[in-house]
Design a binder for this molecule. Structure first.
Ligand code: SF4
Length: 333
């Protein structure tokens, strides 16, 4: 059963992780021929584990196609997990029925990259930001007042209530998406490339807004982005994803200041700084292999600047270091 309000304290009074993902897999079968015979699987998410605590932001970074969006969709049950477990405050999400999952959706909201396509063009802003409240029977008093309060929280005026999505700039539309997500008093918001389509200055404003709302509402975020520099501005911890797996995870300051996995180093080396690229010695080479046929051994070995002979045959060990840092690489095994 999903409680209406979530109690985060465990039996010993300590907080449990809000979200616990254990060995999660999302595979898509490849069908070929007239009889749709199975020809393997696209392993979009392939054995991923992490936690998100209350009031914490986990940044999830990686190149496009690495599986991070599929991971977010699996958490929301928009894709079916092929294996593993997702515990939300101790409740197993994959084992929920439709009705219970619908009740849980109030606690996990999402903000997508493109607000124009995620906001219904035939609804005005008041209807958009209060639709969920009506659906969940959470309206008390005037719908207009609810909308005005939500818009004020995201820095928009009351005059926005009766306007339409196309009348706003990209940044304002994303604020409307945030107000909609906030309306149901969620515990976790999945931000899927939520600022990627915005100008750098607007990105900063939206990130500051997300940080402010996190503080006032004790929100947790899974912040998915291909851009390490954006993630470094908001995340408490960072997970680096490559070809369906998390290859490094740890405190943001540790990961950004001292990346250990060669792929993390490549990503951080490619972060633009004033005056050009920070380092150009480690730019990732080649295309990422297909998740339908990942390379033997370490999946990063065809592109790794530090590849060793055994990397091509043996999967790298997972090494756990202090502060909960984890790295999956033969350099540390
Ligand atoms: Fe590179 Fe080997 Fe580490 Fe893979 S295991 S990232 S190939 S050094």
């Amino acid at each position: 059963m999903i409680p209406e309000t979530i109690n985060h304290a465990g039996a010993n009074g300590e907080e449990n992780p809000l979200l616990e993902v254990i060995d999660l897999k999302t595979w898509f079968p490849i069908k070929r021929g007239l009889f749709s015979i199975g020809a393997g699987n696209v392993r979009a998410v392939d054995g991923v584990s992490f936690t998100i605590n209350r009031n914490e932001t986990l940044g999830l970074v990686g190149e496009s196609g690495c599986g991070k969006t599929t991971l977010g969709r699996t958490l929301l049950q928009l894709e079916k997990a092929s294996g593993g477990e997702i515990l939300f405050n101790g409740v197993s999400i994959p084992s929920l029925g439709r009705r219970e999952m619908n009740r849980l959706r109030r606690h996990i909201q999402v903000i997508f990259q493109d607000p124009l396509s995620s906001l219904n063009p035939r609804m005005n802003v008041m209807d958009i930001v209060t639709e969920g409240l009506v659906q969940f029977g959470m309206i008390e008093g005037s719908r207009q007042e609810h909308a005005a309060r939500l818009l004020q929280e995201v820095g928009l005026g009351r005059d926005a209530i009766h306007r339409w999505p196309h009348e706003f700039s990209g940044g304002q539309r994303q604020r409307i998406s945030i107000a909609r997500a906030l309306s149901l008093k969620p515990d976790l918001i999945i931000c899927d490339e939520a600022v990627s389509a915005l100008d750098v200055s607007v990105q900063a404003q939206v990130i500051n807004l997300l940080l402010k709302l996190q503080e006032s509402h004790r929100l947790s975020y899974l912040f998915i982005s291909h851009d390490v520099s954006v993630v470094s501005n908001i995340a408490d911890r960072v997970a680096v994803m490559y070809l369906g797996q998390i290859v490094e995870i740890g405190n943001a300051a540790d990961i950004i200041g001292n990346p250990m996995h060669p792929y993390t180093r490549v990503l951080i080396a490619a972060v633009p700084v004033a005056g050009g690229k920070r380092i150009d010695a480690h730019i990732v080479r080649g295309e990422a292999p297909s998740p339908a046929s990942p390379p033997e051994g370490c999946r990063f070995h065809p592109r790794c600047p530090e590849v060793m002979a055994h990397c091509k045959q043996m999967p790298p060990p997972v090494t756990t270091l202090e502060n909960g840092r984890m790295v999956m690489c033969h350099l540390y095994g």
